[in-house]
Write a protein that binds this ligand. Sequence first.
Ligand code: ASP
Ligand code: MG
Length: 437
Amino acid sequence: MKVQKFGGTSVGSPQRIKNVASLIKSFPGKNIIVLSAMSGTTNSLLEITSAIKEGELNKAEEITEKLYQKYLDVIQELFSTSEARQKALKLVNDVFEEIKSWIPKKYTLRTEKEIVSKGEIISTHLMQYYMEETGEKSVLISALDFMFTDNNGEPAYTSIKNRLNEIMPKYKDYDTIITQGFICRNPEGKVDNLLRGGSDFTASIIGAMIGADEVDIWTDIDGMHNNDPRFVEETDPVHNLHFEEAAELAYFGAKILHPTCILPAKLNNVPVRLLNTMEPNAEGTLINNELEHGSIKAVAAKDNITAIKIKSSRMLLAYGFLKKVFEVFEKYRTPIDMIATSEVGVSLTIDDDSHIDEIISDLKELGTVSVDKDMVIICVVGDLEWQNKGFEARALDALRNIPVRMISYGGSNYNISFLIDKKNKTKALRLLSYHLF
Ligand code: ASP
Ligand code: MG
């Protein structure tokens, strides 16, 4: 059994839904199909909720109406029988009635969770009705019936697994089982979600819990590339990645895969394959626990990085200094990305600078603080196990004419990161491609 996830753009128009449907029909064996909302929908739903939050109820109604009209057009174009159209219309009407019923109510977080869940509810129903209309046997199961989170907002793996074990045998006669990405229920049983981009996570969790043969993530590019095609002219798809390499790349900027998606699949050793709906026969990128020894795989960049340097004469031969530094970041719930230390100071980077003023003021108690904004982390990913010779040198050599603010190496076996000024980003990415691939 495979889990096949289609993202928002893959189901972003009636024509695309049709294309995905024929792709699904061509899949051999049993498949669980995980769908995102049609592209743009989740954003519109969030706009509705923030209008409600701001008390701009007319605006909320307008956006709702516009989105509703969009779905009327989708129904018109997607279906050809009046029976299917009626069914879809009923669903869409019900969903929008529900959304509208939240508008006059006092805003709470629940308003948002309920409203934002509707995108995936609609897309999956439309797909199911389209499959029915075109004579394909499939069944829709609600993610709200098995995707549960715990008190930390993390997947409640045991409950998910148990529930799936109960549900799946009921549908043993179905080769195509459709469900929603992204949405779930929290410990109170209320509708919740797995955060933006969470459909990849859904697919990975399901794949891990049922021990799928593979989790396929369908998007509209042919897998991960070895560099960012927006900045570098010649990039190539990377055909094989270790989970750790993929996680570094996803985290450091490769937009194609949500970083959290990796974990459940990795831990349960379920391979993940990135595929392209536009070119279904292209090889894509296979991500698993196998490492291709001695090869550098890809380069990625992460923007909007702030570097903070804390220098303290007291750090010399002192212990506890780093702990105090880290406590400041913990206090403001700000994750640290890169870190480099010397005997008298430490430099680190953050990408969320919403608490930067408080952070700096607290750090000043510990030493002299300086800040560099608009920096970029350039991350080189591959088999960078320290016993391998020469890889660090090659990466460094490629950047010989670029001022480097920080270097981080040895934190994992899979990456070396450089912090540079934003203005040198494109040049650095190109030089790395030229020298490494
Ligand atoms: N629809 C959700 C979002 O736009 C989940 C997803 O597409 O993965 O974030
Ligand atoms: Mg996505």
